[in-house]
Design a protein around this ligand. Structure first.
Ligand SMILES: [Ca+2]
Length: 270
């Protein structure tokens, strides 16, 4: 009887010890998993960060893409890693803080958001004189710091924003539009559909060089030349760089805008 009691006690003790060991093992597994994820996230962050410099250097070297904008992807077999870089020209976009009401009206109409422009204009302009009865509600009355601020306007939905986001910026200042990188919608909004068509039809795949641009101007009326000279250029402005890194399912996305003096104007990580 006494032996049986000791045996039961020993078995109970063993079971308890096994459960403790199992729990410790599971905790350890979770900790190792967390540590591995943290390590991969750190690796992805560093990779995305180095991607910014890599994209900048690739662009400045002029050895990638068509020289207008480019996308490059690097795959690393080790740890299933990848780095995707996308570079664009900010001068291909219309600056919401500097563009005239007419240009913005053309652009918003072209993407079907004409009815909502009054809310954007009143949100940005410094006065409180309202274009519509509710268009000054919660207005910033100041320049936008980034384009996503449009989503703070009640009337602008995420779907509205996605329709216009590829054509707008707040980092081009009052610089002119680069005809070599601007999309058709942007050119039409800035110089009208007739001149936009002329620009696009005469443009080579590598874009206009100085003599080609001059040839185009020479073939236009004085009034048309004036419009292009006041609004268009063939050079780059700031660079918009998107660097996305992935390491074993951990990822990091960095979007930044760098000006011509290599100064960072915008930085967003997620
Ligand atoms: Ca206002």
């Amino acid at each position: 009887m006494r032996k049986a009691t000791v045996l039961i006690f020993a078995l109970g003790l063993l079971t308890l010890l096994s459960l403790i060991c199992l729990e410790m093992g599971l905790k350890r597994m979770v900790e190792v998993k967390k540590a591995r994820l943290f390590l991969n996230k750190t690796r992805a962050s560093l990779l995305a960060l180095s991607g910014i410099n890599c994209a900048k250097n690739l662009f400045l070297s002029g050895n990638v893409g068509d020289g207008l904008q480019f996308e490059v992807v690097y795959n690393f077999p080790y740890r299933e890693g990848s780095l995707k870089l996308f570079v664009e020209d900010e001068s291909s976009r219309i600056d919401l803080n500097f563009a005239s009401d007419e240009v913005l009206e053309n652009l918003f109409n072209s993407v079907g958001l004409g009815e909502k422009l009054d809310y954007v204009l009143d949100y940005i302009d410094q006065d409180s004189s309202r274009r519509r009865f509710d268009s000054e509600q919660n207005a910033k009355n100041g320049s936008l710091d980034f384009t996503e601020e449009l989503l703070l306007i009640n009337e602008i939905s995420a779907s509205d924003y996605s329709r216009i986001k590829d054509f707008i910026t707040v980092f081009n200042g009052d610089e002119m539009i680069n005809v070599n990188t601007a999309k058709e919608e942007v050119l039409e909004a800035v110089v009208g559909s007739l001149l936009a068509a002329k620009i696009l039809s005469a443009k080579e795949s590598a874009g206009y060089n100085n003599s080609e641009w001059q040839n185009l101007l020479d073939g236009l009326s004085a009034a048309q030349q004036k419009v292009l000279r006041e609004n268009c250029k063939i050079d780059y402005g700031h660079l918009r760089i998107n660097s996305r890194a992935e390491i074993a399912k951990a990822d990091k996305n960095i979007l930044c805008v760098i000006d011509q003096n290599q100064k960072v104007r915008y930085w967003h990580e997620e």
